[in-house]
Design a binder for this molecule. Structure first.
Ligand code: NAD
Length: 419
């Protein structure tokens, strides 16, 4: 697939052009932001448990590094390709700029279904992939993190492989590591917690109360969806439905979130959890709830199903879960959209904290981390909201405009090399 072919890349370009035109973005800056700075495609051959060799396709894309080293997750998923990875890297550039981090945008991944590999095969895959991309990552170059299908264990293997190649331990090469080997308190739940903070900020603007009586549906019950569910449940909300690739579960009186987490930890998938109604992912998206959190994958709400959405607040926990058409439909209906580059920025913010702590070998307490996370997200949310009023645009465009303002200043100051 060529760079521009994926729906997510096309949509991201369109959003870039639209928001750029509303704010009068310098056309020379716009021209540079349309393309990733660097894209590496690698073959990742591994020996499977049955003795045969299988080769997977891997990628690492760095979109823009004006503000600092590249930052972005590593995804293990069958849909991973160059174009989608490049689009996700672009969104990381805008996300880091929006929330004021000294980081650029990157993304990586392997086209693989991790559920079909054993633990040993996954370790081989991660170590070989690390070896193949090691020349373009590092604490001052590009710092990966977990994304769909990867976790703290993946980051531990990545860090260990990179450190073996260097000959000394390099904790700052990845974030999202387990605490024992230099991870940060609060990182695992940071993205979901950030989503919950943003739901609170949005509710405040809309005069809604987060707590008893507020209903929530969450599409995607992974590293983002689970902590978001736990946080909003702890605030008194009723989590009426959650879902994963196997389908969705529904209970009018509320899902027992802890029981669902335990079930998934033991059996991988939500389906067959007793005591709840099994519905489809499509049904979940159309539930009459106060808050809908698409926290699985991109492109789940499109022009085909966006009109079915009834939620008052849509919090984009995933990257690009709504296509551009879906955003237009939903905002025209009056729903309040919390855009991905704001809503799920909690992960990269605490990743940034982890990187800083690792470079200093000095670790912070959880209260300090959560307070700093809250303060950064609150400022970013208020700035985006004000920008949406100033330009009379939806929150998605406003978030892009805010990000572009910072990038434009930085890119102009640094200039174009060679001049
Ligand atoms: P994950 O692998 O931990 O969980 C993904 C969940 O989505 C799983 O429950 C999976 O079964 C479900 N899912 C996957 N494909 C699906 C489909 N087609 N239909 C329904 N459900 C599906 O991944 P994650 O880390 O929670 O990431 C989810 C999204 O959030 C991604 O878009 C990712 O880029 C974004 N994100 C993640 C982080 C992070 O810190 N993990 C940070 C920012 C953004």
């Amino acid at each position: 697939m060529s760079l521009f072919e994926s729906p997510l890349y096309k949509d991201s370009l369109k959003l870039l052009e639209d928001a750029g035109s509303v704010m009068g973005l310098d056309p020379n800056i716009l021209e540079r932001l349309k393309y990733p700075k660097r894209a590496l495609q690698v073959a990742v051959p591994i020996r499977l448990d049955d003795g045969t060799v299988k080769t997977f396709q891997g990628y690492r894309v760095q979109h823009n590094m004006t503000l600092g080293p590249g930052k972005g997750g590593i995804r293990f998923h069958p849909k991973v390709d160059l174009s989608e990875t490049a689009a996700l890297a672009m969104l990381m550039t805008f996300k880091c700029a929006l929330v004021g981090l000294p980081l650029g945008g990157a993304k990586g991944g392997i086209c693989v279904d991790p559920n079909e590999l054993s633990r040993q095969e996954l370790q081989s895959l991660t170590r070989r992939y690390t070896t193949e991309i090691n020349m373009i990552v590092g604490p001052s170059i590009d710092i990966p993190a977990p994304d769909i299908g990867t976790d703290g264990q993946t980051m531990a293997w990545f860090m260990d492989t990179y450190s073996q190649l260097k000959g000394y331990t390099v904790p700052g090469v990845v974030t999202g590591k387990p605490i024992t080997i230099g991870g940060s308190l609060g990182r695992a739940e940071a993205t979901g917690k950030g989503v919950a903070y943003c739901v609170n900020f949005a509710a405040e603007k809309l005069g809604m109360k987060v707590g008893k009586g507020m209903t929530v549906a969450i599409h995607g019950f992974g590293k983002v969806g689970i902590p978001a569910a736990q946080d909003l449940r702890d605030q008194g909300c009723t989590i009426v439905a959650v879902s994963d690739v196997s389908g969705a579960i529904y209970s009018k009186d509320g899902i027992d979130v802890d029981k669902a987490v335990e079930w998934v930890n033991q059996r991988k998938f939500l389906k067959d959890l007793p005591g709840v109604e099994l519905i489809s992912n499509e049904d979940l998206l159309a539930l009459d709830v106060d808050v809908l959190i698409p926290a699985a994958i991109d492109g789940v709400l499109t022009k085909k199903n966006a009109d079915n959405v009834k939620a008052k607040i849509i919090a984009e926990g995933a990257n690009g879960p709504l296509t551009k058409d879906a955003i237009d439909i939903i905002t025209a209906k009056g729903s309040f959209l919390i855009p991905d580059i704001l809503c799920n920025a909690g992960g990269v913010i605490v990743s940034y904290f982890e990187w800083v702590q690792g470079l200093q070998n000095f670790f912070w307490g959880l209260d300090e981390i959560n307070a700093k996370l809250h303060s950064i997200l609150k400022d970013a949310f208020d700035n985006v909201y004000e920008c949406s009023l100033e330009y009379k645009v939806d929150m998605k465009k406003a978030a892009f405009i805010r990000a572009f303002r910072r990038l434009e200043r930085a890119m102009r100051l640094r200039g174009l090399f060679p001049s």
